[in-house]
Structure formats: C-alpha cells, structure tokens
Design a protein around this ligand. Structure first.
Ligand code: COA
Length: 257
C-alpha cells in the first residue's frame, strides 16, 4: 500500500508512503488515498485525522511528473479530476484534518495540505506551487485555496513564480499555524487531534461544514475553471517540454503563446 491508515483512540493517521519518489502521487497512490478517505468518512469512531508523509524529507513532492509527462488533454483532465476528488474529499471529510507537513509539500502536496483544516510544519518543510515551471497551472485546487489561505499577493508570487516558501516564512504568511522540530511534529499534531476529538463530534462536524460555507460559493466555479485550464495545458508543447526537462534534469525552454 502507498497509503497507511492507523487508528489510535478516536484519531486516525493517514501516511503518504511512496518514499522512492518523495511521496509524489501517481494514479495508484491517488486511488489508494481515495479508498482510505472513503473508509474514514464512514467510520464514526474517527473524530479527527492527521495527514502526513512517510520519512523526514517529504510530505509529498506533488503529482507524479513522470506519469503526467505524456498525457494529452483527456489524460490531463482525468488526472486533474482524480486530484480534485482527493482534495475535495479531504475538504469535505466530516472529520477535521490536520496536515503535519514533514518536508517538501510541492504542487499537489501543497494542495493537499491546503485542503486540510489545519496545517502544522516541521522546521525543514518547504511549500511551493511550481506548476508554471512545468508548463501547467495548478490543477488540484491550489489556484483557489492558496488565495484563501495567504491572500492574493503571496498566492500570486508563489503561483506565478513557483517560488519555494520555507517553514518560517510559511508561518509568517499564515500558510501554517505552527512550526516544530521534526521529532515534535507528529506528537503536536496528535495532541491537537486529541483536543478536537475530546469535543462534541456533532458540534465539530457542524462547525467544519459551516466554516466551509464561508468560502465555497465562488470557489466551486473557480475549481471547475481550474480543472479545465489544467486539462488545456496538456494539449500544449510547453507542458511536454516542462515535464521532459524535469525528467531529463535540465532547464525547460518554453515557447507557446
Ligand atoms: N514526480 C515524479 N517523480 C518525482 C517527483 C514528482 N513530482 N518529485 C521527485 N521525484 C523523484 C525524482 O525524479 C527522483 O527520482 P529518480 O531517483 O528516479 O531520479 C526522486 O524522486 C528523488 O528526487 P530528486 O529530485 O532526486 O531529489 P532532490 O533532493 O534533488 O530534489 C525535489 C527534491 C522535491 C526538490 C525535486 O525532486 C523536485 O523538484 N520535484 C518535483 C516537484 C514538483 O515540481 N512538483 C509539482 C508537480 S505538479
């Protein structure tokens, strides 16, 4: 399994585990994660969820570039839909989700953290939406949720430059709630989850749903548009060039207008 689900009391921990690719998401892992989310959703014994990455280097290094490289528009749309199903699945999970970001959270990894209710980071955490460096826009909700999380100015800088944001800056711009040494990250996330789990499950679920309404009206059409533009990018030579360049470990040359 590329996804591990463990339960301790009323808290579930979901661990992204594909260490050979820094936990980057291929289709198999996305399907595993969807199945785990479905299982958690219907388990009333689970009152809070901690989401983290295996190892000490990465939460998730994004969508699998090697798998995306040769996709056409239809393939890009299908991959985008799967990513949207995951991030929407986390966002609409009845139980609150705490992302314990233990290293790189890039592209889809950052978007998964953004779909979570609370983000905590280790000192070595790095956040970025580097899609434009690969010839595509963000495609799993980042164009909408990053704006909500850090405001339009910082979101624009991250999305349009692909700039990496380290843990201390992430804390300053409100992308994460707190930063801890790596060894303390999971215990702190767990303590927060226990605190949530000690409250009324009904009231917690209602509160999560209500908070979602604070942003969801416009975001739904924004997410639909994002999915279409993400898919359109897979019909361009820039996407092919951007992803080939990553795989071949060289700088891309972009030409489409
Ligand atoms: N998709 C597919 N494979 C990935 C990946 C991704 N998103 N991110 C990392 N990997 C793979 C690398 O290709 C490498 O595999 P290899 O050993 O077969 O070459 C392995 O994971 C280790 O990564 P590597 O690049 O060698 O480690 P690093 O420490 O030099 O750099 C990163 C780490 C995260 C900075 C770098 O891997 C990276 O930039 N990844 C892509 C991030 C990204 O753009 N994500 C958004 C996708 S939309």
């Amino acid at each position: 399994m590329t996804i591990e689900l463990t339960r301790d009391g009323h808290v579930a921990t979901i661990t992204l585990s594909r260490p050979e690719a820094l936990n980057a998401f291929n289709t198999a892992q996305l399907r595993d994660l969807l199945a785990v989310l479905a299982e958690v959703k219907t388990d009333v014994g689970i009152r809070a969820v901690v989401l983290t990455g295996a190892g000490e280097r990465a939460f998730a290094a994004g969508a699998d570039i090697k798998e995306m490289a040769d996709l056409d528009r239809a393939g890009g749309l299908a991959f985008g839909r799967l990513g949207h199903a995951i991030t929407r699945g986390v966002e609409t999970l009845p139980q609150p989700v705490i992302a314990a970001v233990n290293g790189f959270a890039l592209g889809g990894g950052c978007e998964l953290a953004l779909a979570s209710d609370i983000r905590l980071a280790s000192e070595n955490a790095v956040f970025a939406q580097p899609e434009v460096t690969l010839g595509i826009p963000p495609g799993w909700g980042g164009s909408q949720r990053l704006v909500r999380a850090v405001g339009p100015g910082f979101a624009a800088e991250m999305i349009l430059c692909g700039r990496r944001v380290k843990a201390d800056e992430a804390l300053r711009i409100g992308l994460v709630n707190a930063v801890y040494p790596q060894s303390e990250l999971l215990p702190k996330a767990r303590a927060l989850a226990d605190q949530i789990a000690s409250n009324s499950p009904l009231a917690v679920r209602a509160s999560k749903e209500l908070m979602r309404l604070a942003f969801n009206g416009q975001a739904i059409s924004g997410l639909d548009t994002e999915l279409n533009l993400f898919a359109d990018a897979f019909a361009t030579t820039d996407q092919k060039e951007g992803m080939r360049a990553f795989i071949e470990k060289r700088s891309p040359t972009f030409e489409e207008h």
